[in-house]
Ligand binder design. Sequence first.
Ligand SMILES: Cc1cc2nc3c(=O)[nH]c(=O)nc-3n(C[C@H](O)[C@H](O)[C@H](O)COP(=O)(O)OP(=O)(O)OC[C@H]3O[C@@H](n4cnc5c(N)ncnc54)[C@H](O)[C@@H]3O)c2cc1C
Length: 394
Amino acid sequence: MDLSFSPEIETFRARVRHWFETEFPKDIIQKYKAGLPLTTAEVRQSEMALGSKGWLATAWPAEYGGPGWGIEEQYVFDEELERAGVPTVTPMGVVYVGPVIYTFGSEAQKARWLPGIRDGSVGWAQGYSEPGAGSDLASLQFSAKLENGTYTLNGHKIWTSAAQHADWIFLLARTSQEEKKQQGISFICCPIDAPGVTVKPIITIDGNHVLNEVFFEDVKVPEENRIGEAGMGWTYSQYLLGFERTSYARIGGKRAMLRHIREVASATPDGGGASLIEDAGFARRLTAAEMAVDGLEMTVFRILSALAQGGSPGDAASTVKILATSTHQQITELMVDAAGAFAQPHFSFWASQNDPGGSPGRDMATYFAGRAQSIYGGTNEIQRTIIARKVLNL
Ligand SMILES: Cc1cc2nc3c(=O)[nH]c(=O)nc-3n(C[C@H](O)[C@H](O)[C@H](O)COP(=O)(O)OP(=O)(O)OC[C@H]3O[C@@H](n4cnc5c(N)ncnc54)[C@H](O)[C@@H]3O)c2cc1C
């Protein structure tokens, strides 16, 4: 089987690489590579740089402003983006809500929201989870009451990634009480600076501020902020989750981490002696991780081909989610082992702030952040249940 790309795709790769090396803001890459948190202005700058080139909404159909790339161009582009050290695109707008808007939204909603998502000037957050509704998301209590064309929103969302950088939040809200709890949920968009919205940070074990709690107290939004039909939010949310779960693959980033580990493990220790790569057990684990990335890549290709034929990622996205996140954890465990005794004493928020070279302080933070991957987007236990029920029909 020949898995190499055609000369045309390799020319495309060279063009993308050249643009990242010469045109993309260098200070943003430097800061991101050093593991330092970006400000809201820097997040916008980074995404608008891609958007101005038409390279942000890379998977969107051409009729909504996508670049009209095939799956190979999209794949190579993602690889080059990660290779260059460009910050990961905040997925909540372009990967999650964008496809929901162009698939289920009205013409007015498409005209209102798609341009700002496509050019990177408007940030979005995802308001699904609540303190009592995570895996069992359909138990959500967040309420939206409609009166005279206006919804009044009340409730508490939690684990809301990047809400501190967002202009809008899309919400799953209960708009009616039905016998089946998946019914009666609607998909509603709200400006994050609307009166009555409060965003509070949650600092995670890696020392970073990515997560937030968002409180809503009698927040008013017009009925036209609801996407699609009332009570159909569950259907739209599941459609969105297919895109979310497929987006975790990040093959280029995984390959970059593996290269980094090989480099660190091949160095002669300060005191002399054998390098870690000469340890058969470590070398075997590293090779197993490299093979796992190859396997993941094949699975992603299969899903991308289905997408190219007009499908949605569907339940197969659960397979990618499990493979991608467990491989990421496998890799970050190797990273910490390669950093050896230096990993623990070097880990602190300030160490990663003051260590622009990256490792090992940053490796430890990457390891901690990676623990969350098997939780968000629906935990891996839940994905296994989806595979058992829907893919294997057990
Ligand atoms: C870093 C991070 C970012 C996130 N970003 C967002 C975001 O932007 N927006 C958003 O809405 N949410 C976000 N989340 C929330 C995430 O989707 C939830 O944490 C996740 O769905 C799990 O819900 P929970 O935390 O309530 O855990 P629970 O549902 O309470 O689960 C606890 C444990 O029990 C297991 N479990 C639960 N039910 C079952 C079952 N039926 N069978 C087997 N095992 C089960 C789970 O697998 C898990 O191990 C984020 C979470 C993290 C960690």
